[in-house]
Ligand binder design. Structure first.
Ligand code: PHB
Length: 362
């Protein structure tokens, strides 16, 4: 059955912001920040400007501190040069009529000593090394064994989130998205495979939610609640993570996020970049638990997006890989035009090729 496609191109009020369509550009790591400073540069400005017809752009994951970095050449939001670089990005997107949120990122244990301040071990809730690799200057390497954060160190990380959120304001973003997905630091606290703590930050579900909620509350001291969203991946195994009972963690979490009035939850359904039915989970129920908007992500095609919006299973749809390969994705979806093929070898690192040189429709 062919469904009415117009819903995908209809405006949506997200918090107090009017989005011009329901199409979100998902956060996408591209490893093309300026080498040495990790500040956004003119090429990054051009890339985001090209994609500003999205209803909302969520930037690539952006480290809140050097400790929060897990891959080489990802951008930061903790130095004046980085804030200046992002100012140029937000200005370009706004001039093109777009909206843009910054994704605030701390990788936790998914890092390597060569990326950390003074070659220190990366940090995590518990000293459990992930089975997996990261990307450093010399190529792919196994991630390093992490150090378990002390309570004082946890408080310092929360302060880093506050400083980063303040910088995001200075940089002219419309809002921020808290990265609490894909096996990075906040999710490492949420899930029991990675959190073996026996203090106030581990054990019971309430304790495992504590760090996430402290970060949320800290950011709400900087940004109004309608300008803050969060990304979640309840069942994704990405970065060697799992929980024995995700519903037991995510339903109470989302209820508490709703009580705080967050603008949206951005949910990766299934395995990140993989099977949507990787493990059973009641996303519709999760959405009903939350008072704000629901952004659905993972493997959405035009057809599935339209069907999902018409069935009211989501408010907005985030597209990832198809936005890498199609700067004019919105127009292509509108015309039901063919999409460019993504070129995987140029996803991470490099220059303009595979970044700003994908053709738009004639
Ligand atoms: C990555 O750099 O591969 C990456 C970063 C953030 C994600 C997922 C993947 O959420």
């Amino acid at each position: 059955m062919t469904q009415d496609a117009s819903i995908l191109f209809s405006p949506f009020r997200l918090g107090d912001i009017e989005l011009r369509n329901r199409i979100v550009m998902a956060p996408l790591t591209r490893n093309r920040a300026t080498h040495g400073t990790d500040a956004p540069n003119d090429l990054n400005v051009e890339y985001y400007r090209q994609r500003a017809s999205a209803g909302l752009i969520i930037t690539e994951a952006t480290q809140i501190s050097q400790q929060g970095q897990g891959y080489i050449w990802t951008p930061g939001i903790y130095s004046p040069a980085q804030v200046e670089g992002w100012q140029k990005v937000t200005k370009a997107v706004h001039e093109a009529g777009g909206k843009i949120f910054l994704q605030l990122w701390h990788v936790g244990r998914i890092s390597h000593v060569s990326l950390q301040p003074n070659g220190a071990p990366p940090v995590a809730p518990s000293a459990i090394r992930a089975k997996g690799q990261t990307f450093v200057e010399s190529g792919f390497v196994e991630v390093s064994e992490p150090h378990a954060l002390t309570i004082d160190e946890i408080k310092a990380v929360v302060r880093d989130y506050v400083a980063a959120a303040e910088n995001a304001k200075k940089a002219g973003f419309d809002g921020v998205e808290i990265h609490s997905a894909n096996g990075y630091l906040i999710e490492q606290f949420l899930k029991d495979k990675t959190n073996h703590r026996t203090d106030a930050y581990g054990g019971s579900v309430d304790n495992r939610l504590r760090f996430a909620l402290e970060v949320v509350d800290a950011i709400l001291s900087v940004w109004p609640r309608e300008r803050v969203g969060i990304r979640l991946s309840p069942v994704s195994p990405f970065n060697d993570i799992a929980d024995s009972d995700p519903a037991k963690v995510y339903f109470p979490l989302v209820e508490k996020l709703g009580a705080r009035g967050l603008a949206y939850i951005h949910v990766i359904e299934g395995a990140t970049g993989g099977a949507r039915d990787y493990a059973p989970f009641d996303y519709v129920g999760l959405r009903k638990t939350f008072s704000g908007a629901y952004i659905a992500n993972n493997g959405y095609t035009r057809e599935l997006a339209i069907e999902t919006l018409n069935a009211q299973r989501a408010d907005l749809i985030a597209f990832g890989v198809s936005f890498i390969a199609n700067p004019d994705l919105v127009e292509r979806l509108r015309r039901n035009a063919p999409l460019n093929k993504p070129d995987q070898p140029t996803f991470y690192g490099g220059g303009a090729h595979g970044y700003t040189d994908y053709p738009a429709l004639a």
